[in-house]
Design a protein around this ligand. Sequence first.
Ligand SMILES: Nc1nc2c(ncn2[C@@H]2O[C@H](COP(=O)(O)OP(=O)(O)OP(=O)(O)O)[C@@H](O)[C@H]2O)c(=O)[nH]1
Ligand SMILES: [Mg+2]
Length: 244
Amino acid sequence: MAPRPLSPLVLALGGAAAVLGSVIFILWKTYFGRGRERRWDGGEAWWGTEPARLPEWDEWDPEDEADEEPALEELEQREVLVLGLDGSGKSTFLRVLAGKPPLEGHIPTWGFNSVRLPTKNFEVDLLEIGGSQNLRFYWKEFVNEVDVLVFMVDSADRLRMPWARQELHKLLDKDPDLPVVIVANKQDLSEAMSVVELQQELGLQAVDNQREVFLLAASIAPAGAGFENPGTVHIWRLLLELLS
Ligand SMILES: Nc1nc2c(ncn2[C@@H]2O[C@H](COP(=O)(O)OP(=O)(O)OP(=O)(O)O)[C@@H](O)[C@H]2O)c(=O)[nH]1
Ligand SMILES: [Mg+2]
């Protein structure tokens, strides 16, 4: 059968997607500005619910970060890309880091979303690109631009775990040196997969063990009181460790 010409609607959507991709890319470049070489020396892959070499939860004092404040223009920049399927909790993570309460319900990100957080020695720019299917195509354009990738997973979304795995591996293949923090989010839900299950389901055993890949269990927006999973603070501490 002869190939059919693309319908005007498909062409229009394709054009819109291409324009959206360029807009995201230009905004990213404008917002974050400068290209920079990464500083990674490599390291060992590590698995578990607790990040290695991090201070204990109760040792963390947010005041520490504000002890000495160099002038803003002196601060170096670090870039963190936050990806993951739609509804996995990326916007919630950025909101909580920015000190805002999680939103009720899922409001999809139709483009990108960012937050800039100053620390003692550098500023951290976190960029979320929405996880809906039409935006996933653009993810790979950004992985070479950043210092760390956070890949958010809804641990209770068992049906779509193969999709999460596929997208994750595309990104891992795109940049073999990029440190990756995989967040096994929504551990507060009863149907959530454990990190051991996720290690299997996400195909992480196959990842080169010289690569820096971390898998952290978290409940970023816990539905109830009393949860004890490491959450946003632990992820943040690990990011600071990797970015230093
Ligand atoms: N139970 C539970 N719900 C969570 C958790 N984290 C986020 N959510 C909820 O999951 C839903 C989706 O969260 P978002 O942060 O909007 O997801 P997203 O990854 O930004 O989605 P897109 O922008 O569409 O890619 C919201 O209703 C959140 O409140 C968690 O740890 N536990
Ligand atoms: Mg979002």
